[in-house]
Design a protein around this ligand. Structure first.
Ligand SMILES: Cc1ncc(COP(=O)(O)O)c(C=O)c1O
Length: 393
């Protein structure tokens, strides 16, 4: 339960529930207007919003599957209740991972988990250690707590530098709150291999929690990747964050969770609002069960990603090897100079991700959206003279 119902928490909870805070606050978003505003800064009509190709927030373009919609519709009858049967969502997540209910913390999206981890482990001016660029919300919440972040550069091949992280963790041992690892990373889509995750965990100073954000877990194909849930079962100080926003398309409904050793979950629970609506709890249970729908979403997303990135490579552009539902293409010019041009054509693409200013992040939308993206790309950007060196994602 919350200790104090402060105004900051209330506002935070409201913003989280609205599914908006992280995106608004994420680094560099101001370079492109929020998707619900027109180029003139005025709110778009729902109709105009629907027509946009939405390739900027790594959302699932298909929405939740039939099974999930049915479960959510069935739960509408609890809309007027504080107390209601919740479908056993926490037990369902625990069973899914083979852990106990005491190892699970439910939240209004994994964004809330990131906030809770900051609040729990950065108390007293501790620091968070991670890379840049990554999903910057953890750093921004830390800033709000007047805590500092140690941000390490990516390696030249855009992998996360595990030896450098270990070294920085050891050098800052005294005031290190936790380490943040996004796997696969956002915005690059590049994975941290299972050997590297083990290397990182083995190299950490005793007891330092490592938050491993697996928002894009379900899209990974590489045999070099593995979830970090087994480390939780070993009792290591590992917190795995997961979301229902991506593979099952519930971003607007706000549902995520953490899996961690019970002692860490107990500490985190004290900072959680966990104000999750009845409807999405039932939707979440159905989503976990519907593995066929997840497989369909993964298959079509990867097929469209590979098709699109192959075309870009054919045009002479380098694409980073993504294992997620988005990819980064090297424009060799500042991405911010073209985002507006895509927007004029009704296409939303990713914001700048410093220091990777010359890379454009593109979410994998549906077939129609990807066709519109490619057509616009060919209009806006010249065919590149040089030969692409990286394989398509
Ligand atoms: C790496 C990462 N973590 C967390 C989130 C937040 O997800 P949620 O919708 O569950 O709050 C995102 C959203 O894009 C993300 O990219």
């Amino acid at each position: 339960m919350k200790n104090a119902f402060s105004r900051r928490k209330f506002m935070g909870g409201f913003a989280l529930a609205a599914g908006y805070f992280s995106l608004q606050s994420d680094t560099g978003l101001l370079a492109s207007p929020p998707s619900e505003l027109g180029p003139d800064g005025r709110p778009l009509s729902p109709d105009a919003f629907d027509k946009l190709a939405k390739l900027s927030f790594n959302e699932n373009p298909y929405g939740p599957p039939e099974s999930v919609l049915k479960a959510m519709t069935g739960a509408m009858k609890y809309a007027n209740r504080y107390g209601y049967p919740d479908g056993g969502i926490v037990q369902a997540i625990a069973d899914h991972h083979g852990v106990g209910k005491e190892n699970v913390l439910l939240a209004a999206g994994s964004t809330e988990i990131l906030d809770v981890v900051d609040e729990t482990f950065l108390e007293g001016g501790k620091k968070v250690l991670g890379v840049e660029p990554t999903f910057a919300t953890v750093y921004e919440f830390a800033l709000g707590l007047k805590a500092n972040a140690i941000r390490l550069q990516l390696l030249p091949d855009h992998r996360q530098d595990i030896p450098a992280m270990i070294q920085a963790a050891r050098e800052n041992q005294q005031d290190l709150g936790f380490v943040y690892l996004v796997n696969p990373n956002n915005p690059t889509g590049v994975i941290v291999t299972k050997q590297e995750v083990r290397q990182l965990l083995d190299g950490m100073p005793e007891g330092v929690p490592v938050l491993i954000d697996e928002a894009y877990h379900h899209f990974v194909e590489s045999p070099d990747y593995e979830t970090s849930i087994p480390y939780v079962k070993e009792g290591r100080p590992v917190i795995v964050a997961r979301t229902f926003s991506k593979i099952v398309g519930l971003a607007g409904m706000r549902l995520g969770y953490a899996v961690a050793p019970a002692a860490l979950i107990t500490r985190m629970r004290a900072h959680a609002i966990a104000s999750i609506n009845a409807i999405v709890k039932w939707g979440g249970v159905a989503a976990l069960r519907d593995t066929e729908a997840q497989a369909r979403c993964k298959a079509v997303t990867l097929q469209l990603r590979k098709q699109t990135t192959a075309e870009l490579t054919g045009l002479g552009y380098t694409v980073l090897p993504s294992e997620a539902n988005f990819f980064m293409v090297h424009l060799r010019r500042p991405a911010k100079t073209v985002i507006g041009e895509f927007r004029q054509r009704g296409i939303l693409v990713g914001r700048p991700f410093p220091p990777m200013d010359d890379y454009l992040r593109v979410s994998v939308g549906n077939a129609d959206e990807m066709a519109r993206f490619l057509a616009a790309f060919k209009e806006i950007l010249p065919v590149s003279g040089s030969t692409a060196t990286t394989k398509p994602g």
